[in-house]
Design a protein around this ligand. Structure first.
Ligand SMILES: NC(=O)c1ccc[n+]([C@@H]2O[C@H](COP(=O)([O-])OP(=O)(O)OC[C@H]3O[C@@H](n4cnc5c(N)ncnc54)[C@H](O)[C@@H]3O)[C@@H](O)[C@H]2O)c1
Ligand SMILES: [Zn+2]
Ligand SMILES: [Zn+2]
Length: 403
């Protein structure tokens, strides 16, 4: 089958690889009808999150049809149409039972941390979903059956980025009427905005430097701030009577950029730039690491009100240790963070989309065949205007909801 394979920093290829096979009674093989590219994939290729082994198939977002099932999977059938949560969980350890699926004790064969598809060896080293098929472990919990009324275009957004945005808003402890800032208006930030509104936020202030992404945030009702034109901390304070926001959601992560224009450019980038990711591609033309890895967190701590909440869903590598602890401590902040417990939110989000309460597909800007994955990756990496969320479509018969 065809798959997007990681070969090294700045080097991904569309390769022919063997089809996956069942390896346990709890496995399933899913023939994918949709996959997608995530900002997390960029960290791997840019070198800001190390440890993906060459030969690993990338991609942790998927929708498809069950093609084979181990005998231990009792709740699904071959032929079922499913969405695949990005993180892998066993469903029976104490963490899974408490809803902390991303901290499952059993899903990661290589360590105690979160297991997910198409990531570093320490995250399980599982092959990913930018491919025609995928092997899903513990399929009884890691596949969620889709109703006919939810299209592939909707479901692919519920595999990772919608639950992650919702998780960010959930951790932000939003009460009706709160004012929430969202740093980063990529796909995850867009869903953090949508989710903050679902949870009753009175105002959402969205911060990025790309106009197409800010326009999409504004179309969702957010107030927008371009950090390359205005100082984002000063502007947020001005928009909130000098108080700051009740909560900030960091939807940027380690590839954060320092401001290169406007008044914020005059301040130095915070943090020792590359200690956490020594191999990051800082001088490259493509797959270029952000030059302010701690910038989003530094702004977040400054723009939140005293006793406010900081919710971190942007990804930072395990080696990172540059959080502005003194500033946060002295403001009595609550800081919550982590890898999304996707499986906790996905059934609820599928149902809300089925009921028509939320229409996520306006965030999906591109649908490309898997055969064009490398060009699609390049456009997403380069932030080509309009390329916000990219769905990849393995050419498969019987595809549903091909919007
Ligand atoms: N916690 C989780 O489980 C989880 C799941 C999925 C994705 N993520 C992470 O969420 C983050 C966003 O993912 P995405 O797909 O939207 O990525 P993306 O790369 O498309 O978006 C990041 C956005 O942040 C903006 N940005 C850069 N520097 C900034 C700054 N200093 N202030 C404000 N905005 C800034 C960029 O312009 C870009 O629009 C990534 O770090 C990704 O790894 C986390
Ligand atoms: Zn992701
Ligand atoms: Zn578990």
């Amino acid at each position: 089958m065809k798959a997007v394979v990681f070969h090294g920093l700045g080097d991904i290829r569309l390769d022919d690889v063997p089809d996956p096979a069942l390896s346990s009674e709890f496995d399933a093989i899913v023939r994918l009808t949709a996959s997608a590219i995530c900002g997390t994939d960029l960290h791997f290729i840019r070198g800001t999150m190390a440890g993906v082994e060459p030969g690993t198939i990338l991609g942790h977002e998927g929708v498809g049809i069950i093609e084979a099932l181990g005998e231990g999977v009792r709740n699904l059938e071959v032929g079922d149409r499913v969405v695949i949560p990005s993180t892998v969980a066993c469903g029976y350890c104490s963490y899974c039972r408490a809803g902390y699926y991303a901290q499952c004790d059993n899903a990661n064969p290589h360590g105690p941390g979160t297991a997910f598809y198409g990531g570093p060896k320490e995250a399980g080293g599982l092959n990913g979903m930018q491919a025609e098929k995928v092997r899903v472990p513990f399929a009884h919990v890691n596949l969620v059956k889709l109703p006919d009324a939810v299209s592939d275009d909707e479901a692919i957004l519920i595999s990772d980025i919608f639950p992650t945005g919702y998780f960010g808003a959930d951790m932000a402890d939003i009460k009706p009427g709160h004012t929430v800032a969202v740093l980063g208006c990529g796909p995850v930030g867009q869903f953090a905005i949508a989710s903050a509104r679902m949870l009753g936020a009175g105002r959402v202030i969205a911060i990025d430097q790309h106009d197409d992404r800010l326009d999409m945030a504004r179309a969702q009702g957010a107030e927008t701030v371009n950090f390359a034109v205005e100082d984002p901390v000063e502007t947020v304070k001005r928009l909130t009577g000098g108080i700051g926001v009740d909560a900030v959601i960091d939807a940027v992560g380690v590839d954060a950029e320092h401001a290169h224009g406007g008044p914020a450019a005059e301040h130095p980038a915070p943090g020792a730039a590359r200690d956490a990711s020594p191999d990051a591609r800082s001088d490259a033309a493509s797959w270029k690491a952000g030059d302010g890895p701690m910038q989003a967190l530094a702004w977040a701590v400054e723009m939140v009100a005293k006793a406010g909440t900081l919710s971190i869903i942007g990804v930072y590598p395990p080696t990172d240790n540059l959080f502005p602890i003194g500033a946060a401590m002295n403001k009595n902040l609550t800081v919550r963070m982590g890898n999304c417990n996707h499986r906790k939110y996905i059934p609820m989000l599928v149902e809300r989309v089925r009921l028509g309460e939320v229409a996520p597909t306006r965030i999906l800007t591109q649908r490309e065949p898997l055969s064009d994955a490398l060009a699609a990756y390049e456009a997403f990496d380069q932030r080509r205007p309009g390329w916000i969320k990219v769905e990849l479509q393995p050419r498969q018969p019987g595809r549903k909801g091909n919007g």
